[in-house]
Design a protein around this ligand. Structure first.
Ligand code: SF4
Ligand code: SF4
Length: 410
């Protein structure tokens, strides 16, 4: 099945002006039997059916969410639940596909195993035989964005080396900057290392522009099918968080429609959902409930919740000069990784970890970074145990800053 791409987006937009479909199933618990049944139910009403997407021998990547900070227990509901991941993987294996799954866990340095264990994914790999993939270890490559800035995204090769990509998302209200994190945002995790934080930093508290970038990423690296687990949803970022039972599992090839249905199921339809707004506008899918056909359950009788809204910050008032400074500090004058020869023990861990292999051994085995090829993911800083990799402004940026400092003294 051809993956929807920038070039095919226009065709899809025309299709989505008619109708799009979301497959829904009820699910009340994370008991594996219950999740398996809900998944089967959702697959029964999926269009097209799963075997038409994942064929025998296909290399399928399941993009799970392993959280963005620390090792999280599934009970926190910040990560894809292992029962959901397992049921999806089993269904793909039944199609004869070769399945791998993973997320960017660059924050853990070389200690990814701790994240896999805490999130329950190590057990899923043991039970299913699917391969857990470290998105940094596979290497990464730059792809152009559809925006002025950031002009590119650093995406794991795990995405490009698969025939089919399955988006296995969970749902939570918040974080602050997007209002609701669900199917569209889950693909953001294919961006490697600190490049994700870099996108946050570029837009500050401007949730609209940040959401536009999130939708742009999904358009650049679409998934072939998305699952959105709403068995339970973490409610309230910035208010007292609580895990709320919603009782839904959604599936479909249109992530914008999935997120739109999700928002309606938790009473968020009046919140500004900029990810679905831009997802619709960019031709990724449909955010118009009147044009979304929900199959599998009787939507009119489904008991929708009204979860508390997350604390959403409006864009901070930022003077043009401050905005320009923030953007320059995150682009032209950004800090770059530099290895302190005096502290480097030459262990080579950073070179092994670098996803674009731009670190090599220099004189005396001290490692050196080729900044011309470095993509600023900062994965090297996470593995150096001697603290030899530090950040500094280099080259023209440093000269410019010195000039400004000098000008301030006269
Ligand atoms: S990880 Fe640190 S100590 Fe090891 S080679 Fe790299 S910079 Fe040197
Ligand atoms: S040198 Fe460090 S920051 Fe640059 S690409 Fe390699 S790992 Fe990433």
């Amino acid at each position: 099945m051809p993956r929807l791409s920038r070039s095919s987006g226009g065709d899809f937009l025309r299709e989505s002006t008619f109708e799009t479909t979301v497959s829904a199933a009820r699910n009340g618990s994370y008991d594996l039997a219950s999740v398996r049944k809900a998944l089967r139910d959702s697959l029964d009403s999926l269009e097209p059916l799963l075997p038409a997407i994942a064929r025998p021998g296909h290399r399928v990547l399941v993009k799970v969410n392993l959280g963005c900070s620390g090792s999280r227990s599934p009970a926190h509901r910040l990560t894809t639940h292992p029962a959901v991941a397992q049921a999806i993987i089993e269904a793909l294996l039944d199609c004869g596909a070769r399945v791998s799954f993973g997320d960017d866990v660059s924050r853990a340095g070389q200690y990814c195993e701790a994240v896999y264990k805490a999130t329950g994914m190590a057990e899923v790999a043991d039970r299913t035989g699917a391969t857990l993939i470290d998105f940094v270890a596979t290497g990464a490559r730059e792809i152009p964005s559809g925006l002025l800035f950031p002009s590119s995204y650093l995406v794991t090769n795990a995405y490009f080396e698969s025939d089919v990509v399955v988006n296995a998302a969970n749902c939570r209200s918040g974080p602050v900057i997007v209002g609701m994190s669900a199917a569209i945002k889950n693909m953001f995790g294919c961006v490697v290392g600190r490049r994700k934080q870099h996108i946050h930093d570029l837009f500050g508290s401007d949730q609209r522009q940040f959401a536009r970038a999130i939708a742009d990423i999904h358009q650049a690296i679409p998934a072939d099918i998305s699952f959105l687990d709403m068995t339970t949803v973490l409610e309230g970022f910035g208010v007292t968080p609580a895990v709320q039972p919603v009782g839904l599992l959604l599936a479909g090839t249109d992530p914008v429609a999935l997120d739109t249905v999700a928002a309606h199921s938790i009473g968020y339809e009046r919140l500004p959902m900029w990810t679905t707004f831009y997802g619709h506008r960019q031709g990724i899918g449909c955010n118009d409930m009147d044009r979304i056909r929900i199959r599998g359950i009787e939507w009119s009788t489904f008991e929708k919740l009204h979860l508390r809204y997350p604390l959403i910050e409006g864009p901070a008032r930022e003077l043009p000069r401050a905005r320009a400074t923030r953007i320059l500090n995150n682009t032209m004058f950004r800090q770059r990784p530099v290895i302190d020869a005096g502290q480097c023990g030459g262990c080579g861990e950073c070179a092994d970890r670098c996803p674009v292999k731009c670190i090599s051994a220099g004189p005396g085995s001290v490692c050196k970074i080729d900044l011309g090829r470095c993509v600023d993911c900062l994965c090297c800083t996470k593995v150096c145990e001697t603290g030899a990799v530090h950040l500094e402004v280099v080259g023209a940026g440093r000269a410019f800053r010195r000039l400004i400092d000098y000008a301030a003294t006269i």
